[in-house]
Ligand binder design. Structure first.
Ligand SMILES: Nc1nc2c([nH]c(=O)n2[C@H]2C[C@H](O)[C@@H](COP(=O)(O)OP(=O)(O)OP(=O)(O)O)O2)c(=O)[nH]1
Length: 139
């Protein structure tokens, strides 16, 4: 029997929640096997945290920003997104309300991407279908 998947929460940070034209992608700097690949900022939920609490904490730790959350990007796997054989991810749209995003830990570069350049960067394998699904949400 396989173990229960670990929940990862992440943000699709956009320029405008009601009419997004760009999202903020982050390049991982570690661990080595993920370094150089791009992802949605976020991380694992800690014991005792709700997913939304965990997401706010991760965004402060990783990017130094506070955000307003929009709606969840509901996925096809019981409402979430299976991203690896051990992790399942939930994502929310978000808009920065405090601070300027910086790659503080885990990342070494951030980039705003418009739909025409979504695939200019090499996403983590599990994120590819999420980025594809996002296209229809952008102006
Ligand atoms: N944050 C994030 N993780 C992703 C994405 N896509 C994807 O496959 N993953 C994988 C990478 C990792 O194996 C796992 C999340 O782990 P993480 O390293 O971000 O979690 P964390 O910040 O809590 O880190 P740690 O304390 O365990 O070091 O999910 C994504 O878009 N965002």
């Amino acid at each position: 029997m396989s173990a229960k998947p670990v929940l990862v929460v992440a943000a699709v940070i956009v320029d405008d929640l009601s009419r997004p034209t760009a999202l903020l992608a982050a390049r991982r700097s570690r661990p080595e096997h993920l370094a150089g690949r791009w992802e949605f900022p976020g991380g694992k939920v800690d014991p005792g945290e709700t997913p939304v609490e965990g997401l706010h904490r991760e965004l402060i730790e990783e990017l130094g920003v506070r955000v307003d959350l929009g709606r969840e990007l509901v996925g096809p796997d019981d409402g979430a997104w299976v991203i690896t054989d051990r992790h399942v991810m939930r994502l929310w749209f978000a808009r920065v309300t405090g601070g300027e995003p910086e790659p503080l830990i885990e990342h070494d570069e951030l980039r705003w991407l418009q739909p025409s350049s979504f695939f200019d960067v090499p996403w983590l394998d599990g994120d590819v279908r999420i980025v594809e699904a996002l296209d229809s949400h952008f102006a």
